[in-house]
Design a protein around this ligand. Structure first.
Ligand SMILES: NC(=O)c1ccc[n+]([C@@H]2O[C@H](COP(=O)([O-])OP(=O)(O)OC[C@H]3O[C@@H](n4cnc5c(N)ncnc54)[C@H](OP(=O)(O)O)[C@@H]3O)[C@@H](O)[C@H]2O)c1
Length: 340
């Protein structure tokens, strides 16, 4: 598989990574798929899709434990990317950016992952009660202590906190991530940011307007979260089939039966472009190839818990879209359904 570097660091990974969240969190029946997930992790490493993106809060904790089972045998082949800063309570998820907590969280992640170093340690969310410089300073100390190789900041969640009409090829004026850019400017004064992680996909292209150019100009890598639109862009989800209450899509405004039906032209467009690349090319691969085409600093982390999806997604690294393909995707109708 094509290799890409994490920003200006010397760290390299496969161009397509693996988002491990669906193995333990956010999607229905995640908890019953342990062995299948382990097979998917092994397949990802076999294929060079070796950036394994997790977080202590996925599960909570069980996702890192699952990955640890694989890392115990194959640590040298993997690029381990995890996150801290969000705590799962009975009713709410809360941010904790206290330096003492960050230090404890890192040691706990190292234990669960069965490794002595994390390649990319990301701040999952800034804690509004702690100056971000203090949190980031504690994370920088982890690099100096040799427990972590590089630092990243997540900007996922901005969509839910902002009223916006969004769509393919129509980034929000003023930028969805103004607050994140301000945070990035502040933490850069403390210690270099190696990578930013935020949502980027054919139906959520807002990062193209602000975050991607910011990263490119400063030699910062970009991990594209939710590059398959939580599964919608794969064309395998049927409008109206519904989601279990514990599935994030049960509350997601784009996953009502009405919005899934209304957004079918986006999937149809991906299908049309895929068809030009041979009978085996899929909408999922086209969506990932579009993400890869947004810059050499972009690494999509499609979530999957099945080896079959991992294989399909890894093959997207070899799918090169033409300028006409990219223009056709940019001209697709705006995706409907927002968090307003
Ligand atoms: N930093 C943050 O706050 C944050 C937030 C959200 C996500 N993320 C990261 O981004 C990663 C990806 O996001 P995501 O998993 O929510 O969304 P996604 O990658 O857009 O979509 C994942 C969904 O697509 C399905 N899928 C994957 N490949 C497929 C294929 N080839 N054909 C058909 N279906 C396929 C998966 O099914 P199965 O589950 O059945 O395999 C899963 O339900 C996460 O794993 C996580 O690492 C980070």
């Amino acid at each position: 598989m094509e290799r890409r570097t994490i920003g200006a660091t010397a760290l390299e990974t496969g161009a397509v990574g693996l988002g491990c969240m669906p193995m333990s969190w956010a999607y229905t029946s995640s908890r019953q798929r342990g062995e299948e997930s382990v097979r998917a992790l092994h397949r990802a490493l076999d294929l060079g899709a070796n950036l394994l993106d997790t977080a202590d809060m996925y599960g909570p904790f069980t996702n890192e434990l699952l990955i640890g089972r694989v890392l115990r045998e194959r640590r040298a082949e993997a690029f381990v990317s995890t996150k801290a800063g969000l705590l799962v309570g009975d009713q709410h998820i809360v941010a904790n950016g206290r330096p003492s907590y960050i230090r404890r969280a890192c040691d706990a992640s190292l234990r669960r992952l069965q490794t002595d170093v994390i390649d990319l340690y990301q701040l999952h969310r800034a804690d509004p009660e702690i100056p971000i410089e203090e949190t980031w300073g504690a994370m920088a100390d982890l690099v100096r202590a040799g427990k972590v190789r590089a630092l990243g900041l997540c900007a996922v969640g901005a969509r839910a906190s902002r009223r916006s009409g969004t769509g393919v090829g129509r980034p929000v004026a003023g930028g969805l991530h103004e607050g994140t850019v301000r945070q990035l400017e502040r933490v850069q004064q403390v210690f270099p940011v190696a990578a930013v992680q935020a949502e980027l996909s054919v139906w959520s292209p807002e990062a193209l307007a602000d975050l991607l150019p910011w990263c490119e100009a400063r030699g910062v890598g970009f991990l594209a979260a939710m590059p398959l639109g939580n599964g919608f862009l794969t064309g395998t989800l049927t409008p109206g089939s519904g989601f279990e209450p514990d599935d994030v899509r049960a509350r997601h405004p784009r996953f009502t039966a009405e919005m899934m039906a209304a957004n079918q032209p986006v999937v149809a467009g991906l299908r049309r472009v895929a068809a030009r690349h041979g009978p085996a090319a899929t909408p999922a691969q086209t969506a990932l190839a579009w993400t890869l085409a947004q810059g050499r600093h972009v690494i999509p982390v499609p979530g999957a818990k099945r080896a079959r999806w991992v294989e399909e997604n890894a093959a997207a690294a070899a799918l090169t879209l033409s300028a006409a393909d990219l223009a056709e995707i940019s001209a697709l109708p705006a995706a409907l359904g927002s968090w307003d």
